[in-house]
Design a protein around this ligand. Structure first.
Ligand SMILES: Cc1cc2nc3c(=O)[nH]c(=O)nc-3n(C[C@H](O)[C@H](O)[C@H](O)COP(=O)(O)OP(=O)(O)OC[C@H]3O[C@@H](n4cnc5c(N)ncnc54)[C@H](O)[C@@H]3O)c2cc1C
Length: 414
């Protein structure tokens, strides 16, 4: 529920109402419904479109993420904006070998779904504003966090330069990959810079995508085109084009015709001729993993905990599984009357998610390394890899389940 004033004490203060924060808040409201836990969510940016989470990008939600949103009662509305991925086609520019994964082979309705981030924002924010269990304060920037014996003191800068101080038993930090607050607490991250940038845009093309998500690897990095709904008769897709960091500014600024022709040369003609391109954006790419995800009274979630290369479309999908596990640990603790910010509770969450985080981070990191090089040994390895994944059913199933976010959901449930 939207509020303009805050109380002096909350059991949980969540900082950041981006894709991860808003999804976690909805899950928390669900998991702790009727238990009298007081929750505050603060988001610095009022306009959905201006928030980094809800920009012009699209997100490939795995089938596992669809199940999570389903459990939260949000999928019905989200599905009206979602385009189903019926097949995934992974290929290597200039080399033989491709992986083709079909929804029928995997026995699912869809391998995943593509949703434009602004639509995710509309649905998640609508749910946040309606959740009775949550006080939602926006715009409100948290300017300072100070640890105390019982949790944290949180300083809130609200509208008209108002300043308030809140006490929280547990702070959930979901303020994104550039988190000034985690830095102010001395939390450092292990960072691998890929020296690459992602160029994103919505593009139109001559042929129907027929529900296929294309991922094409090139020597300068992968190009993905994810299926989107048609608009005004245009066949549309969401482009994520990885280029060398030093080339990004030049490519993104090319006149539309030249941009599309450069893209055509990289991607090929599987979708016919590229005809149009919407607003373009660039994102420098790195893998960043926080060296601490928990402290007494504090837990990091989403990009502040781990930011991944978007090549395998795993960042939000992993964060949603983290969010679900954290909600379950907190609901469990609340039932057993354990303090929500205690290390025992937070360590239990970390234990639940450790292997999922490690497997997902490795999957996306090694895919990036393997598929962004011209080194002959690695070219051979990926050629062999794509062939063997496609030919050997057990490899293919494993690859597909990882991409669909189902391998980890099965472990979580075990
Ligand atoms: C090009 C690209 C494509 C991607 N595609 C996919 C994909 O297909 N599938 C997938 O799973 N993932 C994908 N990802 C990853 C996904 O977008 C991220 O994992 C996700 O956006 C992270 O969300 P977040 O909420 O952690 O951070 P953010 O989106 O950065 O949100 C943080 C929020 O916190 C707020 N905030 C910051 N500081 C404060 C403060 N002091 N007080 C209050 N509020 C504050 C900000 O305003 C913001 O709204 C992609 C990423 C990129 C770059």
């Amino acid at each position: 529920m939207r509020v303009t004033e805050v109380q002096e004490h909350y059991d949980i203060v969540l900082i950041g109402g981006g894709l991860v924060g808003a999804s976690f808040a909805c899950g928390l409201a669900h998991a702790l419904a009727g238990q009298g836990v007081r929750i505050l969510v603060t988001e610095a940016i009022e306009s959905l479109q201006a928030s980094p989470s809800f920009d012009a990008r699209s997100t490939a939600l795995s089938y596992g993420s669809r199940q999570i949103y389903d459990e939260l009662g949000l999928w019905n509305e989200l599905s009206t904006y979602a385009t189903a991925i019926e097949r995934i086609h992974v290929s290597d520019r200039g080399h033989f070998g491709a992986v083709r994964i079909d929804r029928d082979e995997m026995n699912v309705e869809a391998l995943g779904y593509v949703v434009e981030n602004r639509h995710l924002g509309l649905v998640l924010n609508g749910a946040l504003e309606q959740a009775q269990e949550i006080d939602y304060l926006c715009p409100a920037r948290i300017s300072n966090l100070t640890p105390t014996a019982e949790g944290y003191t949180v300083q809130v800068l609200g509208q008209n330069d108002s300043v308030s101080t809140i006490h929280a038993d547990l702070v959930v930090l979901a303020d994104g990959g550039k988190s000034a607050l985690s830095q102010s607490l001395g939390i450092t991250s292990a960072v691998t810079r890929y020296e690459q940038s992602a160029i994103i845009a919505n593009v139109a093309f001559a042929d129907s995508h027929c529900g296929v998500a294309y991922e094409r690897f090139t020597d300068s990095g992968p190009v993905a085109v994810l299926p989107l709904s048609t608009l005004a008769g245009d066949n549309r897709g969401a482009l994520i084009w990885t280029v060398a960091a030093q080339e990004a500014a030049e490519i993104v600024a090319l006149p539309e015709e030249e941009f599309l022709s450069r893209l055509q040369e990289r991607f090929g003609h599987r979708l016919g001729i590229f005809t149009k391109c919407g607003a373009r954006g660039t994102y420098p790419l790195s893998l960043s993993v926080a060296r601490e995800q928990i402290r007494p009274g504090l837990v990091l979630l989403g990009n502040v905990a781990h930011s991944l290369h978007p090549v395998a479309g795993q960042g939000l999908n992993l964060a949603l599984r983290d969010a679900q596990a954290l909600s379950a640990s907190l609901a469990n603790a609340q039932q057993q009357r354990q303090p929500l910010g205690s290390m025992a509770v937070l360590q239990e969450y970390v234990r639940r998610q450790k292997s999922d985080q490690e497997a997902t981070i490795d999957f996306s990191h090694y895919m990036t390394r393997l598929f962004s090089t011209n080194h002959p040994a690695l070219v051979w390895a990926r050629k062999f890899g794509l062939f063997s994944i496609d030919l050997i059913p057990v490899f293919k199933r494993g690859f597909a389940r990882q991409a669909m976010g189902l391998a980890q959901r099965a472990i979580q449930r075990a």
